[in-house]
Design a protein around this ligand. Structure first.
Ligand code: ITT
Length: 195
């Protein structure tokens, strides 16, 4: 089965590709020759994920999936959430988003947070969604150089290091994205038995 992954984020591709069985051939937008900035105009991860997969499906009429991920911080009432990429401004780089987050949490005792990933799959014209959550907390200062985005300040529950201090394999043990992808794979394997 061939599936297009509707993302322009290479880190997401690096994390999801090794989780897929050989029977699922993943093609990225770049590999499919699609150069398109996909809109994320909605107030929820679910709607944005759907928008991304539908835009690409309508373009190529090939089974595809997208994912939208947000960091939801309890003391900030779920912010930055759906605005995680643009928290410090439209063209913010991860370091600016992290600095804004740490400033917002200064003197805050409750540093609990979670990553939430919503995958939207379009299979034969029908949409399905899968969710993965990783609970954790925001550290006082950034550390580590692995991963991307907020990884230098997110420590998953059950770990002593933040994501950016872990190898990819260690991050996968806890990862929101891995949990959502596992559900996607289970669903696709189940669908394949019905053919
Ligand atoms: P798409 O092309 O898939 O839309 P994107 O980079 O725009 O890629 P999102 O809107 O889903 O992706 O992600 C929002 C931001 O959340 C992203 O830019 C990162 O800063 C952060 N983020 C997402 N997943 C993360 C992870 O596993 N670890 C750390 N930060 C993450």
């Amino acid at each position: 089965m061939e599936l297009i992954f509707a993302t322009n984020n290479r880190h997401k591709i690096d994390e999801i590709r090794p989780l897929l069985p050989a029977a699922i051939k993943l093609r990225t937008l770049r590999e499919a020759g699609i150069e398109q900035d996909i809109p994320e105009p909605h107030p929820s991860l679910e709607e944005n994920a759907r928008e991304k997969s539908i835009v690409i499906y309508n373009l190529v009429k090939t089974n595809c999936f997208s994912e939208d991920t947000g960091l939801e911080v309890r003391a900030l009432n779920g912010a930055p959430g759906v605005k995680s990429a643009r928290y410090a401004g439209e063209n913010a780089v991860p370091e600016q988003n992290i600095q804004k987050l740490l400033a917002a949490l200064q003197n805050e005792k409750d540093r609990s947070a979670r990553f939430r990933t919503v995958i939207s799959l379009i299979l034969n014209g029908k949409e399905y969604q899968f969710e993965g959550i990783c609970e954790g907390r925001i550290s006082e200062t950034p550390s580590g150089i692995s991963g991307f985005g907020y990884d230098p300040v997110f420590i998953p529950d059950g770990a002593t290091q933040c994501f950016a201090e872990m190898s990819l394999e260690e991050k996968q043990v806890f990862s929101h994205r891995r949990k959502a992808t596992d559900q996607l794979v289970d669903f696709l394997l189940e669908e394949a038995t019905k053919l």
